[in-house]
Design a protein around this ligand. Structure first.
Ligand code: UDP
Length: 253
């Protein structure tokens, strides 16, 4: 059997060369990291849940005309995506104060913001993904002014979609991070939503109880991460409860 080519291994995912040119297989690992990988663990079932949840959000976005890299889910842990050139920015949209934003500006977590606030961080683990402004982005040529207009519009559309989907199942979308990629269609370049959208990259709070249903459960030791992610999946009707805890397949000789 031919070994497939690994293109990249990150903290939570592995990218393999896809079956056709311009495609990539995105494999979701069970590894969880926080605080720039200073805290690490393996959370059984996380990859399976994130694969399904990212499929759910990305295909929903595709359906409402927000272009994403998602093509189709291949199996429990893998999805086929369009290969793209990732813009080295983390695009963060915030509806309520939390995390680094609360610390930076001294605003209590959970405070509703007057309007969604979009922030950009430069993707560089060695530097701890520092916050940058559009001035830095333009000066260093990471994205053009036209790109930035398109990125802002994509980010706000993703925010409206995700906020609505979550609200419908009693969850408040506090904030999230997306990554944007470039694809080339002949002479034209388009921007698409890439990477993943999952509770690893969003803050999700139960509206009634305030219970956290996202990676803060891991970051802040608030309980079982797969239980939290399973709850999100269950409410969205994405996968039956406990599907991640199924017995491991046995090797048949
Ligand atoms: N986020 C992410 N990856 C990162 C940094 C942030 O997915 O490398 C997400 C995070 O889960 C949250 C949002 O972006 O939903 C805002 O994160 P924040 O800047 O508050 O950082 P944190 O407090 O997590 O360090």
């Amino acid at each position: 059997m031919a070994r497939r080519k690994k293109i990249y291994e990150g903290k939570a995912k592995i990218l393999y060369e896809g079956p056709e040119p311009g495609t990539i297989v995105q494999y979701f690992k069970d590894d969880a990291t926080a605080f720039n990988a200073q805290k690490k663990d393996v959370i059984e079932g996380k990859g399976v849940l994130n694969n399904r949840l990212s499929e759910f959000f990305m295909s929903g976005l595709n359906q409402i005309g927000v272009p994403t890299h998602f093509l189709k889910r291949l199996n429990m842990r893998e999805q086929l995506v369009r290969s793209c050139e990732i813009i080295p920015l983390e695009v963060i949209v915030r509806n309520y104060a939390a995390g680094s934003f609360s610390k930076r500006l001294g605003i209590e977590e959970g405070t509703q913001l007057p309007r969604p606030i979009v922030e950009y961080c430069y993707k560089d683990d060695k530097l701890g993904d520092p916050l940058v402004t559009e001035e830095h982005i333009a000066a260093f040529g990471w994205a053009s002014q036209q790109d930035m207009d398109d990125i802002l519009s994509l980010a706000l559309r993703v925010n409206d979609f995700l906020s609505g989907v979550m609200l419908a199942v009693g969850i408040r979308l506090i904030d999230f991070k997306i990554e944007i990629g470039r694809v080339y269609d002949g002479d034209f370049m388009r921007l698409i939503v890439a990477d993943e959208i999952s509770p690893d990259s969003c803050r999700l709070w139960d509206i009634e109880s305030g219970r956290k249903l996202d990676k803060d459960v891991f970051r802040r030791d608030l309980g079982n991460l797969t239980d939290a992610y399973s709850e999100v999946a269950r409410r969205l009707g994405v996968m039956p409860k406990n599907a991640t805890h199924m017995a491991k397949p046995k090797l048949i000789n």
